[in-house]
Each structure stands twice: as C-alpha cells, then as structure tokens.
Design a protein around this ligand. Structure first.
Ligand code: LLP
Length: 420
C-alpha cells in the first residue's frame, strides 16, 4: 500500500488524504487502484508459473461497482456473482458475460432465467433440486460445475467457514450427495457437466486446508470415475488487518496448491484439470481505507475514552459482526500513539464500535481525520442505511489521479421508494 506520511500528513500515491476528504466528504472509501491491479497480477503470475490452465474470477461480493468491474475486465479477470443484483451490476460493466459465474445456494427461477439469458459462462450448482430446475428452465445447453462440500474445516471465524459438514453450502462428499449431484447433472438434458467447486472458508492464511481438500477431491473424482474440465477451489485468501494477521503468501501458497494438484493427479493417473480461483478479499481488502472525521470525544474516567466518528456500523459492520480488529491512523498530523482509546461510530447501538482499545495520539480532537485501514473488502458491500445513514462515496487513487467511482447517497435517495 502506498499510504505514507509525507510532510507529517498521510498521503496515498503522493495525494494528501485531507485534500481528497475535503473534495469528496467523509465517510469516504479510498482505494489504491494500483494495488488492486497488482493483486490481480500476483495471482495471474503465480498461476502462470504453475503451468496449469487457469481462470480467475474476482468474487464480486467483496466490493461490487461498475468501475471496479471495468478494471477487472482490463486485468483479464472474470467475475463470480451470487444474486440477480450482482449479475445486473456486472452486466453494466465491460466484463464479458461468458466470464461470469453464477453462484448461490437458493437461486430463484427468475435468477436462473436471467443468468441463462445473459449468457453467463456457467452456474455453480449448490443443491439437488437446482439441477432439475435449471434443466427444466433451460431451453438450450448451459454449463455447470457442482459445488461440493468436502467436510474440511478451515481455521477461521466460524461465521465465515463454509466447508464444514453442516454448512448450508454445497453437497456433501461424505454423505454421498455430491456423487448423486454429479450423476444427476450428467443425466440432465440441458446441462453440460464442467467440473466441481469447493470453497472452505474465508480469511485463510495458509494452504494446509486447501491442500488436504484438493487431495481428497481428486481421489474421490478418480474413485468414482468422474471426469472434469474445471476444478474451482473458490477464494478465501487472507489479508492483513492488524499485526496479528498475515496476508496470504500468494506466490508460495499457489505453488503449494498447484503442486498438490499435480501430484494428486499423478498419483491417481488422473488428467490435470483447469484450475479456477475466486479471490475477493485478497484483491481489494488491503487496497481500501475508510476516512472519517472525528466528532465528539467522551472521557469516562478510569473506564474508557470514546472518540466518535461520522460513520459507524452502517459502513463498518465487521467489528460488530466478527469482532474484527483494524489499524487506525491520524491523517492530518503525524504524532506518537500515546493514549488508549476506543473509536466509536455515531449509530444508535452500543456495539457500534470501529476499534476498541487502540493507542492513538492523545491530541486527537474534533475535526481531525482518521483513516481505518484494510477496509476494501466487505465494507461498502455490507453497508446499510441503518439509522438512515447515507452510503459513503468511493474514490480510486493512482499516482496520476483521484477519480470518483461511486457517489455518496443523497437524502432524497433514502426515501425514493417510500410511497408518499
Ligand atoms: N467464492 C465463494 C464461493 C465464496 O463463498 C466466497 C466468500 C468467495 C469466493 C470469496 O472469498 P474471499 O476471497 O473474499 O475470502 N462477509 C464476510 C466474508 C464472507 C465470505 C463469503 N464467501 C467478511 O466480511 O469477512
């Protein structure tokens, strides 16, 4: 990240964040566009080095915007979408429909029809009933991969684990449902079986779980004589929120995973499939920060020191939801971090906290600007209008320019669907 103090003020690619905040207002999401592109390149280079055929789809749930999707098109990335809304947004961008994969554990009939009409590359089928529904609704051949549940527990927050046995996602290998799914897709009139998909969880910082899963899946495919073109291993690669975290070592990790695929295929004399990845957080997470303006400061003697900012859980839900932790920087001055405080949001809920117990400069006062780091993934996309808060604006920054990609919501938009 090209975030640094220049002349005692925080800058991104040399642009002063105070100037950006003055122009676009706060709260504001600011992305390092160069870093997003670099993350795409890192995955591509690592996969290229493996010699495997591959595709990469950015998991659009991490942050959906037309401009971001246009950037993905420029970087030769496909997209993974999970709803009519994500597909609609994707179709407004330059990403070719045949680079879009349609996910979801409860696709509606209208979503299925919309995806077929739009010409998405394939469906990621998530249940047995979906097979019959797609087959019935399709008037021409469509492609699908089957999401299987390998029963492997990723070591991450339980709410973002997805591959454990009782997950709502996929069809269990161990319970025989995955095999049943493959056979039903193979027997379907209008569905071409392309392969299998798994995603064992999110914010996973090492490759052991994926390697274990890859071995188990290839053995299972071979034992059951299932032929696939595509092995989609989902996303889930970690990012650094604080010093307690590690960013997934992309080059090393992808090498470990692709070596495991090659060796498992060799062991079973099984043809090496094309590999597909769906990274979301690792593409945009560390590239994004949120800028807030400091308002009320409240000292509760011997108990807490609350610094409240002009946003909160409406644009930053992950602390309340997952007890996530973030680094915070004072933007407009560079000073030693010498006072313990809690950064709180302005919404009507005690759990509306951005960061509890963090050391920041004691001089922080009303009107100062704070930057919360690593908020590029699952912040804007999980934002809400709770307390009728407005969704913030989003800007992309490179060395050359600062460009708006999403405008701040307006008060009129808040009630545009109200019947008045
Ligand atoms: N593919 C599939 C099938 C997924 O379910 C997910 C995330 C991804 C790819 C992308 O995972 P990533 O690379 O971004 O970790 N709201 C939570 C994260 C939920 C992720 C759900 N699925 C959070 O804020 O941490």
């Amino acid at each position: 990240m090209t975030l640094q103090y220049t002349d005692h003020e925080l800058t991104m690619h040399g642009h002063k964040l105070t100037d950006i905040a003055r122009e676009y207002g706060t709260p504001l999401f600011v992305y390092d566009e160069t870093m997003i592109r670099k993350q795409c390149h890192r995955f591509q280079q690592a996969l290229k080095a493996s010699g495997l055929n591959y595709t990469i789809s950015y998991a659009s749930k991490a942050f959906s915007s037309v401009q971001l999707f246009n950037l993905m098109a420029e970087e030769h990335m496909g997209l993974d979408v999970v709803s009519e809304g994500e597909l609609y947004t994707a179709l407004q961008s330059n990403v070719a429909p045949d680079r879009i994969h349609f996910h979801g554990n409860n696709k509606t009939d209208s979503e299925i029809l919309y995806a077929i009409e739009s010409g998405v590359e394939y469906f990621v089928i998530d249940s047995l009933d979906e097979i019959a529904r797609i087959d019935r609704l399709a008037t021409r051949q469509v492609k699908a991969v089957l999401r299987i549940n390998p029963g492997v527990e990723a070591h991450t927050h339980e709410f973002i684990q997805t591959g454990q046995e009782d997950s709502k996602f996929g069809l269990s290998i161990k319970k025989g449902l995955a095999l049943e799914g493959v056979r039903r897709i193979e027997a379907a009139d209008h569905i071409d079986f392309m392969g299998v998909h798994f995603h064992i969880g999110s914010q996973i910082f090492e490759s052991t779980g994926t390697v274990e899963t890859v071995k188990l899946v290839i053995q299972w495919l071979n034992e059951n004589n299932i032929h696939i073109q595509v092995l989609n291993i989902g996303g889930g690669f970690s990012i650094k929120y604080t010093d307690d975290d590690v960013s997934y070592p992309i080059e090393e990790g992808i090498k470990t995973i692709t070596d495991a695929i090659k060796s498992a295929c060799q062991t079973h004399d099984y043809p090496v499939p094309e590999l597909s990845l769906e990274p979301g957080r690792s593409i945009v997470g560390e590239a994004g920060i949120t800028l807030y303006e400091v308002g009320t400061i409240k000292e509760i003697k011997d108990t807490n020191y609350y610094v409240s900012i002009d946003g909160g859980m409406s644009d930053h839900i992950r602390t309340a939801l997952y007890d996530a932790k973030y680094e915070v920087r004072l933007v407009n001055r560079e000073e030693p971090h010498d006072k313990m405080m809690t950064i709180a949001g302005k919404l009507c809920e005690s759990g509306d906290i951005i960061r509890r117990d963090i050391e920041l400069p004691a001089s922080i006062q009303r009107g100062d600007l704070l930057a919360v780091l690593s908020t590029g993934a699952y912040h804007y996309s999980m934002s809400s209008n709770y307390n009728q808060m407005l969704k913030p604006a989003v800007v992309f920054v490179t060395e050359e320019q600062v460009r708006p990609v999403i405008k701040r919501q307006t008060l009129a938009q808040l009630i545009q669907n109200d019947i008045i």
